[in-house]
Design a protein around this ligand. Structure first.
Ligand code: ZN
Length: 290
């Protein structure tokens, strides 16, 4: 079985082919340009690969309602040219195979549930913390959609008592993304996270906001695993800080042995930076199975 997968990001597209075991057999990536040029490049990559289905995990917001006339469209993105673009429709017309479509973070959650850190579990959360923050939700063996799809990167939180930063989200100011995504770190400290030392106070504050959001999500959704990926989470010193704060926030209230050892509960993606592409592959396999 050869399945196509696209991790459609706002800055780059990753295209690959893989099989039913989640093995990625080939991949390319290229910068996200105009929608026409970018989808054309993706379609050209797949043309001679003999794919039986295609899975697409995309940046959003997206229309995921299969009964909607604009199913498969990117909707209200501020990204120039992509507003209301029929991403899935263009790919379908070019490649003419069954397709699966979801948010990039739902795809990553699905990949981790199938082959990664949440393998064998029927629920998990996947956070990506990078230029933005997104949250994929897998619950009861299904990816969660609703009015649209979860937008857990924009939840409000309690402020860190020492933090006077006003926030960087154009919609909400001090939501999670506005306080803890890469650009917020850079704006608060006048330099990017990459150039801040491991013991800089930035990481204490960063861990505070992520722990606030994760605590709320654990209480609301009761996920069996919380997976934290994305460029900012390459700062591995964040993991123990976040686990400590989540434990303090929960304060023993949620009675589950899974929470006895947060080192195995709040974890990096087992698929590493492949989680998104592998998840898109899993979406493609689902599409083929109908
Ligand atoms: Zn926001």
């Amino acid at each position: 079985m050869i399945i196509g997968a696209i991790e459609a990001g706002g800055t780059k597209f990753v295209c690959g082919i893989g099989n039913e075991n989640g093995e990625i057999l080939d991949r390319i990536s290229f910068p996200t340009e105009t929608p026409e040029r970018t989808t054309q490049r993706a379609a050209e990559y797949f043309k001679d690969k003999g794919i039986e289905a295609l899975g697409v995990g995309s940046f959003g917001p997206l229309d995921l309602d299969k009964n909607s006339p604009t199913y498969g469209h990117v909707t209200t993105t501020p990204k120039p040219g992509w507003n209301h673009y029929d991403l899935l429709g263009h790919l379908k017309r070019e490649l003419n195979v069954p397709t699966g479509f979801d948010t990039d973070v739902n795809a990553a959650a699905f990949g981790e549930a199938r082959w990664g850190a949440a393998k064998g579990l029927d629920s998990c959360l996947y956070y990506t913390v990078g230029t933005g923050i997104g949250v994929g939700v897998y619950a009861g063996g299904q990816l969660v959609h609703g009015l649209v799809h979860p937008e857990g990167g924009h939840v409000p939180m309690r402020r860190h008592p020492d933090d006077k930063f006003e926030g960087a989200c154009p919609y909400h100011g001090d939501c999670l993304e506005g306080m803890a995504a890469g650009p917020a770190i850079a704006k608060r400290w006048g330099q990017g996270g990459d150039s801040l030392p491991e013991d800089h106070p930035a990481w204490e504050i960063e861990a505070h906001y992520l722990a606030e959001a994760i605590t709320g999500a654990v209480l609301l959704l009761s996920p069996k695993k919380v997976i934290l990926g994305g460029g900012v989470m390459h700062q591995s010193q964040l993991f123990p800080l976040i686990r400590g704060k989540v434990a303090r926030n929960l304060n023993g209230y949620v009675a589950s042995s899974a929470l006895d050892d947060l080192e195995t509960y709040i974890v990096p993606p087992a698929l590493g930076d492949n989680a998104g592409l592998a998840g898109s592959l899993a979406l493609g396999i689902e599409a083929l199975r109908g």
